[in-house]
Design a protein around this ligand. Structure first.
Ligand SMILES: Nc1ncnc2c1ncn2[C@@H]1O[C@H](COP(=O)(O)OP(=O)(O)OP(=O)(O)O)[C@@H](O)[C@H]1O
Length: 252
């Protein structure tokens, strides 16, 4: 199976002198193309920092990250920006969107930069994604006129516009109620079933239980890992129980 990400003994430190601390302390992680993984761990264990390192959002102080066959520390700034724009999609807890643009325009904005001649195609693609994520009728709404779950769907549409090889989600369901969160996970499951890799940072065992591999972090290290069968859509309670049992076992 081809690897989309290889993180090799990654070190990331913050602070200077006596204050210097390795927030990622020699983390090695691999992810296959099309895989669906979650990263769990206590607050401050380094989950977001790891995701930022693996996505080239932040540089590392030691070790290396190979993304889709390219060593991210060896590519120039422009190429890194290109890789991130064309091969990666990002979804955060709260999508950052412009208040003066409607939902559709927010979704298409990043794709339109330097690409206005393809405006019709870009808009058509955005509409198809909005339909697929259940927000087709909201295109003219302002971002303050939709629910948190609807806004997150728009964020996912925006992340999917470039047909990325991977979606990175940092607590993408963290601001949603349980029902909306599971609906967002239905969307991620659908995206993943079509071959896009998905990596999520989450505190929520019910979210992680829908992935196929969970990495558990503590103090800047991956301390354990568990694999699950592909989610069939029915056995969420059993899966969640397995995840929480594992968390108890490793003391997270
Ligand atoms: N830019 C920064 N400068 C200094 N310290 C930082 C910086 N970013 C993160 N840290 C520290 O690194 C540690 C790991 O942070 P990170 O955000 O990766 O944790 P996390 O596991 O994602 O936590 P949470 O679940 O609370 O989001 C924390 O102690 C945090 O304070």
């Amino acid at each position: 199976m081809k690897k989309i990400i290889i993180g090799d003994h990654i070190i990331k430190s913050f602070g200077e002198g006596d204050e210097k601390r390795n927030v990622l302390d020699g983390v090695s992680v691999e992810m296959n193309e099309g895989e669906f993984v979650a990263i769990m761990g206590p607050s401050g264990s380094g989950k977001s920092t790891l995701m930022f390192a693996l996505s080239g959002t932040d540089g590392v102080n030691g070790g290396k990250v190979v993304f889709d066959g390219r060593d991210l520390s060896a590519v120039g700034e422009n190429e890194l920006a290109d890789i991130r724009r064309t091969k990666m999609g990002f979804v955060f807890q709260q999508p950052t969107m412009l208040k003066n643009l409607n939902i559709l325009d927010n979704i298409i904005l990043p794709s339109m930069r330097g690409n206005r001649k393809n405006a019709a195609k870009i808009t058509e693609k955005a509409r198809a994604l909005m339909k697929r994520t259940g927000i087709a009728e909201l295109e003219k709404r302002n971002i303050t006129q939709v629910s948190g779950g609807q806004l997150q769907r728009a964020g996912i549409c925006r992340a999917l516009m470039s047909n990325p090889k991977i979606i990175f989600g940092d607590e993408p369901t963290g601001a949603l109620n349980s029902k909306s969160a599971q609906e967002i996970m239905d969307i991620f499951s659908g995206i993943n079933a079509e071959g896009t890799a998905v990596m999520l940072v989450t505190h929520d065992a019910k979210i992680a239980a829908r992935t196929e591999r969970i990495m558990f972090m503590r103090d800047g290290k991956i301390v354990s890992e568990m694999r699950l069968q592909k989610f069939s859509g029915t056995d969420i309670d059993d899966r969640m129980e397995k995840v929480t049992a594992k968390m108890r076992e490793i003391g997270i």
